[in-house]
Structures are given as C-alpha cells and as structure tokens.
Design a protein around this ligand. Structure first.
Ligand SMILES: N[C@@H](Cc1c[nH]cn1)C(=O)NCC(=O)O
Length: 452
C-alpha cells in the first residue's frame, strides 16, 4: 500500500487514460480536414463522434463486469491496443464507413480504460488516499484533450491525415506495452483484483450491484453533474460561443481549454473534501447541479448575447461538473464490496454519458426543427435558436436532481436500518455553530480568568 510500486502502477494507469482521452477527442480537432478527406456533410461527421460515444456508453456495463473478472491490467492493455487498431484504420480510411469502423474500435478501447484505471486505486492505496487519487486520475486524464488540441493538431496540419492518426496509434501501442509490463492488479499477497467466477455469478453480481441503492445514487450523480459540460465541450459549446454569442474563435477556444484547468484546480479540493465529509457527498452533487441550472438560466434568459464575464462563469461552473461527477465513483466504491466495484463503476459511468448523448441529439434536433420552421432568420446557429434548444437541458437536469434526491433517500433509509443515521445538514450546521460559540465563550472566560 502507498509504496513506490503503487505510484508507478497508478502513473502508468493515468498515462493510459490520458492517451485514451487524446484518442477520444482527436476526431473533433480533425473536423475540417475530415470534411475534405471524406467529402462528408456536417451531419455525417457528427455521426463519427456519436457512434463512438454510443459504443463507449453501451460497453460500460459489460466492461465493468470484465474488470471484476479479469482485473484492470489486461483491460487497460487491451483497451490501448484496440484504440491503436482503430486509429490505424482511420489513418488508412478514405470512405465514411471505413472511418466509422475506426472510431468504433476507438470507442470500444476507450470504454475499457477509465473503469479499469480507477479500479487500481483502492487496491494500491490506503483508504484515506483513495478519494483524492480517484479525483486526480479523472483530472490528469483530461490533459489528453490538450494533446489533441496542440501537438496532434500541429502534426495533422504539418504532415497530413495518415501520419497524424498513425502517430496516435503509436501512442496507443506505447500505453499497451507499458500497461502489460508495469501494471499489476494488486500488491503481492493482497486479495486478487480478478475473480474466477463464471458468467452466472457475474450476472448475479451485476443484478446485485444494480439493486444496491448506493450504486444508483452514483449513477444519477454522474448523470446530473457531468452531461452539460460534456455536451458543451464535445459538440455544441463551440458553435454556441462563436455563432450564437459572437465570440471570436480564439476566445472560444480559450474558454473551452479552461475546462481542463478548472478540473485540475477543483479536483484535489473536491477529492479531499469528499474524504473528510463522506456523509455530505450527495449534498455537494446537488449544490453543483443547482449551480449548473442557475448559470444556464442566467445565460439563456438574456435577450441578447451574454457579457463575457457571464460566459466565463458559465464555463467555470460547467467545468466544476467534471470533478463533481467523480464523486459518483466514490459511491460505487464505498457501497459495494471490492469484487463488485468494477461492475458498479460501469453502471455509474453510463449515467453521464447517456444523458450527454440524449442531450447532444436533442439539441441538434431542436436546432434543425427551428431552422426548418424559419424560427430564426439568422440561420441554424442563431442565438435565439440556441436559447430554445439548450433549454432542453433543464428537463435533463430536473430528472437528475429528482433522481439524486430519491435515490439518496433510499440510501439513507438502508443505512438507518443498519444503525447508521445521517443527521440532516441543518442539524449538523446548527450543532457546529453551537460548538463554535461554546468554544469562543470558553476562550473568553479563560482570558478573563487569567486577567483577574
Ligand atoms: N467524470 C469523468 C471524468 C472527468 C473528470 N473531469 C472531467 N471529466 C468521467 O466519467 N470519465 C470517464 C471517462 O472515461 O473519461
């Protein structure tokens, strides 16, 4: 536990996840070049990202079961290898179907990585460190986006399509080799991170993980906090900022890069806060979700473009949703026995990505419908059209908030049946105020006593 070896294993895991995020986000950066190469329309191009995400989200639960069955090492290495194959296929592809096949491989390999990497953390580190390291894993991985935005984009424009994607495939091979060589599922002599159970037992574990209210609380927490930022970064944020709000492309790109910075600043804070206040995790999830509702309301209720400071606040709040969504994995870990954590993590991870896919699709659909009916003379990506289309998020946020509150009630009831009662927040706050006053009064008395 907490040994040098533990840091090495975790470091390689984080590297593999960072490379997975690079592979995931690389196609977004290549949009314009892809239009020329495949002679594709915008709709056909968005299919690349949507299909990749559908594969990713669809594989979360089977992959979670496989992580429990075979352990993280083999899953991380296989995931990296699949992504390398996918990027090689894309490097060679010159038709849309061939390109989509490449992205399917990338989505499948990506699906294997994150769940397996955060599964390593509780096996290698003491319980005290786990929430912080889980956060750091999530946030450090997001730097993969910056590799897509800068070095990958540079190679793409300087050397061309095939060398750029072949380069990404090489990074995948490197991650695969490092994972095979250096990652071990658990320290020597510790309970193994893989189990010998068959399909029947795995299915029964899946059902048990789903029935556990803490797993569902995690899934809904992920659902509520993560989707709005994911939709913004992966699809509609850039056109909203540039065409809708009238920002120049440089400012819009800087705002989108802020996501990574905010995550790395807030992640450790949220991680240590969760470690200190495990009974208040869902309160933090709700606070962040309400902040997302409030900031979207403030932006979408403006009759014209929002001032820049408000757009910066929007991006900051959406970005905090990333670290807040990592709290969801803490629920999966603490409410399930270790042999079922991979399965529970897979269930949790479906939440945010499912909500993001539905929202991406619905925003596009509403924009198309409004354009078809001539709602806005300024065209498909006008601010008014975005204001209507983005309002769809309030429905998804509302569902998320209601589901978090309902599943939290269920979790607390189950805990109370076992004798662990979670006191209401107002009682805790009143108690802490009373203790502070008492402490101050005692200090005052002590001073007076010394003086006299
Ligand atoms: N919550 C995210 C990770 C994250 C952290 N900050 C911003 N995003 C998540 O669910 N990750 C899963 C993955 O495969 O990336």
């Amino acid at each position: 536990m907490d040994s040098k070896r533990a840091w090495l294993v975790w470091g390689v895991g984080v590297f593999a996840y960072l490379i997975a995020v690079t592979q995931r986000t690389s196609f977004g950066v290549a949009g314009l070049v892809a239009t020329d190469r495949f002679g594709a329309t915008a709709a056909a191009l968005s299919a690349f990202t949507v299909i990749q995400l559908v594969v990713y989200a669809g594989l979360q639960i089977p992959v979670g079961v496989l992580v429990d069955r075979f352990g993280p090492r083999i899953m991380i290495a296989t995931g990296a290898a699949l992504m390398a194959v996918g990027q090689l296929q894309l490097a060679a592809a010159s038709s849309i179907p061939a390109g989509v096949v490449g992205r399917i491989f990338v989505g499948a390999g990506d699906a294997m990585t994150f769940i397996a990497v955060i599964r390593l953390v509780p096996f290698w580190f003491s319980t005290r460190k786990v929430p912080l390291l889980t956060q750091l894993t999530g946030q450090l991985g997001q730097f993969g986006q910056l590799i897509s935005i800068a070095p990958f984009a540079f190679v793409l424009h300087a050397a061309g399509w095939s060398p750029a994607f072949a380069g990404l495939a090489a990074l995948g091979v490197l991650a695969c080799v490092l994972a095979f060589a250096l990652v071990r599922n658990a320290p020597l002599g510790a309970v193994s991170a893989s189990s010998q159970q068959g399909l029947k037992e795995s299915m029964s574990d899946l059902a048990t993980a789903w029935r556990q209210p803490g797993t569902r609380l995690g899934m809904w927490s992920h659902f509520a906090t993560q989707f709005s930022g994911t939709v913004f970064v992966l699809t509609w944020g850039y056109p909203f900022l540039v065409s809708g709000q009238g920002l120049d492309t440089g400012t819009a790109s800087i705002l989108l890069s802020l996501f990574v910075v905010v995550g790395i600043v807030c992640g450790p804070f949220l991680g240590s806060w969760v470690g200190k206040h495990p009974l208040r995790r869902s309160t933090m999830v709700l606070a962040v979700t309400f902040a997302i509702v409030a900031v979207w309301a403030a932006v979408l209720l403006q009759s014209g473009p929002s001032p820049l400071w408000l757009l910066v606040v929007l991006v900051l709040v959406l970005a905090v949703g990333g670290p807040a969504s990592m709290i969801a994995f803490d629920f999966a870990r603490t409410f399930n026995p270790s042999h079922r954590v991979g399965t529970a993590t897979g269930i949790v991870n479906v939440g945010g990505f499912f909500a993001a896919l539905v929202t991406m699709y619905m925003v596009g659909l509403i924009l198309d419908l409004l354009n078809g009916t001539g709602f806005s003379p300024e065209g498909l990506y006008s601010l008014d059209a975005f204001r209507v289309a983005f309002s769809f998020q309030f429905i998804v946020l509302g569902i998320g908030i209601a589901a978090v509150i309902t599943s939290r009630r269920k979790v607390r009831r189950t805990m109370a049946e076992r004798g662990a009662v979670v006191p209401p927040l107002r009682v805790v706050l009143a108690d802490s105020r009373r203790r502070q006053q008492q402490y101050k009064a005692e200090r005052r008395d002590e001073k007076n006593h010394r003086k006299s």
